[in-house]
Ligand binder design. Structure first.
Ligand code: ASP
Length: 333
């Protein structure tokens, strides 16, 4: 039997009603106790790392989760991390950068309803997560939800209320889970050797959603507080050229300060390509301007936070950003 560690962090799966709405109150032991058939699947140990609504999950929490996996890595065959659904996709991305080359599965899961609700999805998701965590063919950071195994860097919460809350963005699901069995859609070679753990993140990354008529002055304000900027622009990507080209001047100010700007899109699928239109191409060549291409916004944010402590050199930042990690950056060949 495989030996799996449950790391509980809170979320709806651990929540109970309070006078002020749902809040995480159940402990790791309560969560495990509600799925007794897990005992037939694997040997489980549990620890309570934090007990928070994932709205309160921040980069320092991602570092604690990664450090917890690192501390226990050799003693277990796989890991299940219970987590709120609201920011689970960001955590999945962050862990994909903080723990690279893991041959063991590190599986995030949660639920849309508390484990004690009659119509909960928690028991199924939890069982499925353990099924994935003890599977010989799966590895690396994965998100398991509503019967799907999704690559950590491709997951996004796409529904606020339904049980099928997560989607894999522009990448196939890794596997399907049905009635205690796994159907692998993708089988890949497991990484050889030991994983590489990282222990630093720079949280000073801002995401700006462009709207028609936005005041370009906002980019200069952000420059005083942040070390990297992600602009969710329109369509395949570009920046407006009104206001005497103030957008371009502001972009230049960021690059002169040695801080990267990543252009992505607010369209949910198919990524960005700045070279298609003039409004994009004239920005694409500017120093310090990077393109998200097929990376999700969650992945871009976490990747920048992981890259920034490693270098202040825009060339090095750009080359790390453009190096694919755990399926974050997909290229047509
Ligand atoms: N607000 C909750 C959280 O993210 C929602 C959930 O878990 O479904 O912690």
């Amino acid at each position: 039997m495989k030996h799996i560690l449950l790391i509980a962090t809170g979320g709806t799966i651990a929540s109970q009603p309070t006078t002020n709405g749902l809040a995480p109150q159940l402990r790791a032991g309560d969560i495990l106790g509600s799925v007794p058939k897990l005992r037939e699947l694997c040997r489980v140990e549990a620890l309570q790392l934090m007990n928070i609504d994932s709205t309160n999950m921040a980069p320092d929490c991602w570092l604690s989760i990664a450090a917890c996996v690192r501390r226990h890595y050799d003693a277990f065959d796989g890991f299940v991390i219970t987590h709120g659904t609201d920011t689970m996709a960001y955590t999945a991305c962050a862990l994909s950068y903080l723990i690279q080359g893991s041959a063991k599965p590190i599986v995030l899961t949660g639920s849309q309803r508390s484990i004690y609700s009659e119509d909960t999805d928690a028991r199924r998701n939890l069982y499925d997560a353990f099924l994935a965590a003890q599977d010989d063919a799966l590895f690396g950071v994965l998100l398991v939800f509503n019967g799907l195994v999704i690559a950590g860097t491709r997951a996004r919460k796409t529904r606020t209320k339904s049980m099928n809350a997560f989607s894999s963005i522009d990448y196939p699901d890794i596997a399907l889970l049905r009635e205690g069995k796994i159907l692998h859609y993708i089988r890949e070679q497991k990484p050889a050797g030991e994983p590489v753990f990282y222990d630093r993140l720079n949280p000073r990354v801002f995401v700006l959603r462009l709207i028609p008529g936005m005041d370009p002055g906002v980019l200069r304000l952000l420059l005083t507080r942040y070390d990297a900027l992600v602009i969710e622009s329109f369509g395949v990507g570009g920046l407006p050229c009104y206001e005497q080209e103030d957008f371009l001047a502001a972009v230049r100010a960021w690059s002169e300060a040695g801080k990267p700007i990543v252009i992505t899109t607010q369209v949910p699928h198919e990524g960005s390509d700045l070279m298609v239109y003039q409004v994009g191409a004239r920005v694409a060549g500017m120093p310090g301007v990077l393109q998200a291409q097929t990376m999700t916004v969650e992945a871009v944010v976490a990747k920048l936070m992981w890259i920034l402590p490693q270098s202040r050199d825009l060339g090095k930042i750009s080359s790390l950003f453009q190096t694919p990690i755990a399926h974050d950056l997909l290229r047509f060949e």
